[in-house]
Design a protein around this ligand. Structure first.
Ligand SMILES: [Fe+2]
Length: 379
């Protein structure tokens, strides 16, 4: 299967993976569905940015999900309930923290059991409630990074809880500041910069939270060079949990649609983060992040520097910018597997970009599709 953005979908394409909507307990569209104009319009109107479709020769491409979409929606809904309870103060803080602990147990269990968990950021970005999805994603990403750093279960759970609660202090920031589409004034930004401290006001009385968890939440906006907030801490003054959450937080924020900008593609976000290694981000922790990050998610169509087009079929831990690509351009290389991480004959070949031009995407699909199906669906 391959990933196609919703605005490039065509009638006759066959859905390779079910598509879920927020808060729904059944998929919006089932796998195997042949797309038609009304289904495509529905996907676009629901804000679904893209879907996986079937393509001849790509049947064996599968996306390894850390957590199923169904479970992600369940966890997101749980986090939403907890945040709203804390916001309106209609829940005992101990009960809320206990609920987050259960979710952390679940995430740690999955991350520890799976040998090669990678971040797949395409799927969950389909949905609107940014804060809750972001909290879950930062919890998962932080746990993945912590595992690569050799943390054991108890520490991973404390880290996961810190990742999920890192922005809980934002429930005290006025909505007109949180949701402001333009740049914040310096007064507004001063209020926003207090959200780690607001979190401490809410959580520090809760004895079931460890000092590491609280320190991680408090320091997640500090930067190694001292330009972060709220305290302008430097290097070793910043708790390791804070350094991990900072990386998970920035990566997820950059790769998400926001009111003021479209989501960055993962490879652009990774390049940006590498450019701040040692100034904003801890180099060793960034290296652990690169072991679980995939710059070009499986199923994405890409252009190579030798003008061939292909689809990413696998990612290589530690070398996120050099995945394994199956060539889709007709000719002598059609169907060949290019291992851009390990094949010394391909040292001069790199990915130049993901395929975005609708005409180019259409051409690649036509060159590789079984058009009898498309014609049948159009009749
Ligand atoms: Fe934050």
């Amino acid at each position: 299967m391959i990933y196609i953005s919703s605005n490039n979908l065509q009638s006759g394409m066959i859905l390779a993976q079910e598509v879920w909507g927020k808060s729904s307990f059944l998929p919006l569209v089932h796998s195997g569905t042949v797309l038609n104009p009304s289904i495509i319009s529905r996907l676009i109107s629901k804000g679904i940015p893209g879907v996986y479709i079937e393509l001849a020769g790509c049947e064996d491409i599968t996306v390894n999900e850390i957590i199923t979409m169904e479970e992600k929606i369940r966890v997101t809904n749980e986090i939403e309930k907890i945040f709203k309870s804390l916001q309106f103060q209609n829940c005992n803080i101990f009960n809320c923290v206990e609920s987050v602990g259960h979710i952390a147990d679940y995430i740690v269990d999955i991350v520890v059991k799976n040998h090669e968990c990678m971040m797949n950021i395409i799927d969950i970005k389909n949905y609107n409630e940014y804060s809750y999805i972001h909290s879950m994603q930062v919890g998962i990403f932080s746990t993945l990074i912590g595992k690569k750093m050799g943390y054991k279960n108890d520490k991973l759970k404390e880290l996961s809880v810190a990742g999920m609660l890192h922005d809980i202090g934002k429930v005290n920031v006025p909505l007109e500041i949180l949701d402001k589409p333009g740049a914040l004034t310096s007064e507004e930004f001063d209020i926003m910069k207090n959200h780690p401290s607001y979190a401490m006001d809410k959580l520090s009385s809760c004895r079931t939270l460890s000092k590491d968890t609280l320190d991680g939440i408090m320091t997640h906006h500090e930067k190694l060079d001292g330009t972060g907030y709220p305290n302008g801490l430097k290097n070793d003054e910043i708790h390791p949990f804070g350094k991990i959450i900072a990386i998970a937080d920035v990566y997820d924020a950059l790769t998400s649609d926001r009111s003021y900008r479209k989501a960055w593609e993962p490879h652009n976000a990774i390049n940006y983060m590498i450019s701040y290694a040692g100034t904003h981000f801890d180099v060793d922790i960034l290296n652990s992040f690169l072991l679980v990050a995939s710059a070009y998610p499986v199923g994405v169509l890409v252009s190579l520097s030798n003008n061939l087009k292909g689809v990413v079929i696998d990612t290589v831990p530690g070398l996120p910018l050099n995945p394994i690509v199956k060539i889709l351009t007709p000719g002598e290389h059609h169907g060949e597997i290019f291992d851009l991480a390990n094949d010394i004959n391909l040292l001069s070949v790199s990915i130049t970009d993901t395929l975005k031009d609708p005409e180019e995407i259409s051409r690649v699909l036509k060159e590789n599709s079984d058009f009898s199906l498309i014609k049948k669906a159009n009749q």
